[in-house]
Design a protein around this ligand. Structure first.
Ligand SMILES: [Zn+2]
Length: 203
């Protein structure tokens, strides 16, 4: 691609780094950003730099948050004896949308994936085990997507928790294998949380 402007080329190259965005699409987006009122593009740029400069991970559950302890963890009406283990913030949002879960979350930040170079040490597994060792938690629910990586991660954590003699369960899926949690419809997902099954009966 031959650009008439270095500034344009730089912007397109940055946008093209985003997943699923090729150079052509990036060029279209950047031209759109140039065409719209300047203030709108400034708002976009400001909100992104604000985001990366100020976003935090909740100290307790590792979910994305504006404050040190997120609203869910800080809510006294949530049941701190039940922890739902999820991959990322999208799963928390999906489960919250069902209004069926009143416990707390633990956000792993990904799944074990040797192909992508993600090992247990790259996730917040250690912190989950430490949390369980404190003794307040009575049940850990696995709500990772049923992909090979999800199953591997569940099993890895299950093995760590087995020694601690804690109740472990997994969400009963009306969800086809390989489906990502956040794409499940709310009713199915809500029901699968209520009808969860003991983890060791799930395989
Ligand atoms: Zn939290």
């Amino acid at each position: 691609m031959n650009f008439s402007s270095k500034l344009l080329e730089n912007a397109v190259n940055e946008v093209a780094q985003l997943p699923g965005i090729g150079k052509r699409t990036a060029l279209r987006m950047v031209l759109h950003l140039l065409k719209q009122p300047k203030s709108q593009t400034h708002n976009l740029a400001n909100s992104l730099s604000n985001l990366v400069d100020n976003i935090k991970l909740c100290k307790k559950c590792h979910n994305i948050s504006d404050v040190d302890v997120c609203d869910i963890c800080a809510n006294p009406s949530r049941n701190e004896e039940i922890i739902c283990v999820v991959e990322d913030v999208r799963d928390v949002m999906a489960i919250e949308n069902t209004s069926q879960f009143k416990g707390l979350y633990h956000v792993l930040g990904g799944k074990i994936s040797p192909i992508e170079g993600v090992g247990p040490q790259n996730l917040t597994i250690e912190s989950l085990i430490e949390k369980v060792k404190l003794g307040t938690i009575k049940e850990v629910i696995f709500a990772l997507s049923s992909t090979i990586e999800g199953d591997t991660t569940n099993f890895y954590i299950f093995k760590q928790l087995e020694k601690l003699q804690i109740k472990t369960s997994t969400i009963a899926r009306g969800i086809a294998v390989g489906d990502e949690l956040q794409y499940a419809d709310e009713i199915t997902l809500g029901r699968s949380i209520l009808n969860r099954i003991p983890f060791d009966k799930s395989f």
